[in-house]
Design a protein around this ligand. Structure first.
Ligand code: HEC
Length: 110
């Protein structure tokens, strides 16, 4: 099961990697694991899931498809202490990069 998921993600990452002008340092596979473990309590983290999660937390697909949610914007949100309904998540710099790579990787140019 995980093998299939990882393989699919790898292909998705490769496919989107070429179409994205961004060259992100993070590892989307690790980002996916973090998203599952840390973010999925509130956000829908799977590709293609559009509906919001707990407390109206936008799905990661919605975030990925939002043109204003650039890697910089996501980084800012994750590091800001001003989040309204989001807990102050303590992520390392690497974890932040991985999550950003995963979220941006969900965007398929729709
Ligand atoms: C306890 C619930 C909760 C957890 C856990 C959580 N979030 Fe959120 N998140 C929210 C809510 C609710 C919002 C909606 C904005 C707000 O009210 O802060 C949000 C908003 C966001 C936004 C901004 C989206 C927008 O369009 O404004 C990003 C990016 C985000 N979360 C990323 C993450 C990531 C990455 C993780 C895991 C590392 C995570 N969140 C974990 C509840 C959560």
């Amino acid at each position: 099961m995980w093998k299939t998921v990882c393989l699919a993600l790898g292909i998705a990452a490769l496919a989107s990697g070429t179409s994205l002008a961004e060259d992100l340092p993070g590892d989307p596979t690790l980002g996916r694991q973090l998203a599952d473990g840390v973010c999925s309590a509130c956000h829908k983290v799977e590709k293609g899931m559009d509906e919001p999660g707990r407390d109206g937390a936008p799905s990661f697909q919605t975030i990925a498809d939002n043109p204003t949610m650039t890697p910089l914007a996501i980084r800012f949100i994750l590091q800001s202490t001003e989040k309204q309904n989001m807990p102050n998540l303590i992520l390392t710099a690497d974890e932040t990069d991985d999550i950003i790579a995963y979220i941006r990787g969900l965007h398929d140019g729709r």
